[in-house]
Design a protein around this ligand. Structure first.
Ligand code: NDP
Length: 291
C-alpha cells in the first residue's frame, strides 16, 4: 500500500520549527522577523493565498505587513513601494503575489526586490546562486518538495528523478535541487517526444504542469515516489474541486508514496515561505550587527 505523503502534517512540523526559531530570533535581536506581502488587484485565488500566508506568519511569530493595492496601480507606484520595503529595517522578506495585472512588468518588479529579502527565491541573483550551489533563498515550492522526498526516501543519491514542467518558479529550481541532491535528472516539457519513455524510468516523478490529471498509470514506474505540484480547479457533477496533475486514484496503487491534492505540496509551499523569512531575517540582522 502506498504511503500518502501528508503535506498538512509535514508543514505543521516545519511551522513548529519556524515558530521556535522566530522566538529565539526575537530573544537574540530584539525584533520579530518581518514579511511584507504585496497584493495588486482582486484576483480571488491570490486573495486566498495572501490571507493564508499572513495567517501562517502570525501563528509563527512573524510580523506581516500587508500592502493591498488597487488593480490600476501604476508601475511607478509599485517600484517605489518595493524600494521602500527594501530600505525598511523591519522588513526581512518581500513577497509580491503573482500574477500581477497585465499592465505591470512582473520581471521588473521581481528583479527590483533586494535579493537578500527575496523570500520567493525568484530574483536572478538567487536563481544563479542556486544553480551553482551557493547560499541563496530557495523557491518555496521545490524546497517543500525536497523536504517531503527526504522524509520518505532519506538519501536521494543515484535516484533517477524526472520533473515534468520547466517553469522558472517550479520545474527548473526543482531540477536544480534534485541535481544538487545527486539525483540523475531529466526534465520533460511540452516539446518532449515520448515523455512516458522517460517518466516510466523515474524513481522520483515530480509533476508541475498545470493540466488536470494528465499523468496516468502509463506514465509511472511501479514503486516510484510521486510528487504532484499541480493545482487545477475542475467541475465535476456541478461541483468545483481541486485536482492535481496526477490522476491520484489510478496512479496511487502503483507508487511507493504519493502526495495528494489538496493537502500535499500546497501547505509545504507556505511553510517554506516562513522558513525563508526566518533565514533572510537571520542573515540580514547578523550582517547589520557585524558591519
Ligand atoms: P507553467 O504553466 O509556468 O509551466 C508548466 C510547464 O508544464 C511548462 O514548462 C510546460 O512546458 C509544461 N507542459 C505543459 N504541457 C505539457 C505536456 N503536455 N507535457 C509535458 N509538459 C507540459 O506552470 P507552473 O510551473 O507555474 O505551475 C505548474 C502547476 O503547479 C500549476 O498547476 C500550478 O497551479 C501549480 N503550482 C502549485 C504550487 C503549490 O504550492 N502547490 C505552487 C506553484 C504552482 P513548456 O515550457 O514547453 O511550455
Amino acid at each position: 500500500m502506498a504511503i500518502r505523503i501528508d503535506g498538512k502534517l509535514m508543514s505543521a512540523q516545519v511551522l513548529d520549527d519556524v515558530a521556535t526559531d522566530a522566538a529565539a530570533f526575537y530573544q537574540e535581536f530584539g525584533i520579530k522577523p518581518g514579511l511584507a506581502v504585496v497584493l495588486v488587484g482582486d484576483d480571488p485565488a491570490s486573495q486566498v493565498y495572501v490571507r493564508n500566508k499572513i495567517a501562517r506568519a502570525t501563528e509563527c511569530g512573524i510580523n506581516s505587513f500587508k500592502h493591498r493595492l488597487p488593480a490600476d496601480t501604476t508601475q511607478e507606484y509599485l517600484d517605489r513601494l518595493v524600494a521602500d520595503l527594501n530600505a525598511d529595517p523591519e522588513v526581512h522578506g518581500i513577497l509580491v503575489q503573482l500574477p500581477l495585472p497585465a499592465h505591470l512588468d512582473e520581471e521588473r518588479i521581481l528583479t527590483a526586490i533586494d535579493p537578500a529579502k527575496d523570500v520567493d527565491g525568484f530574483h536572478p541573483v538567487n536563481v544563479g546562486a542556486l544553480n551553482i550551489g551557493k547560499e541563496s533563498l530557495i523557491p518555496c515550492t521545490p524546497q517543500g518538495c525536497m523536504i517531503m522526498l527526504r522524509k520518505v526516501l532519506g538519501d536521494l543519491s543515484g535516484k533517477h528523478a524526472v520533473v515534468v514542467g520547466r517553469s522558472n518558479i517550479v520545474g527548473k529550481p526543482m531540477a536544480a535541487l534534485l541535481l544538487q541532491a545527486n539525483c540523475t535528472v531529466s526534465i520533460v516539457h511540452s516539446r518532449t517526444n515520448n515523455p512516458q519513455l522517460l517518466t516510466k524510468q523515474a524513481d522520483i516523478l515530480v509533476a508541475a504542469v498545470g493540466k488536470p490529471e494528465m499523468i496516468g498509470p502509463d506514465w509511472v514506474k511501479p514503486g516510484a515516489v510521486v510528487i504532484d505540484v499541480g493545482i487545477n480547479t475542475v467541475e465535476r457533477a456541478g461541483q468545483y474541486k481541486l485536482v492535481g496533475d496526477v490522476h491520484y486514484a489510478a496512479v496511487e496503487p502503483l507508487t511507493q508514496a504519493i502526495t495528494p491534492v489538496p493537502g500535499g505540496v500546497g501547505p509545504m509551499t507556505i511553510a517554506c515561505l516562513m522558513k525563508n523569512t526566518l533565514t533572510a531575517a537571520r542573515r540580514l540582522e547578523t550582517q547589520s550587527r557585524s558591519g
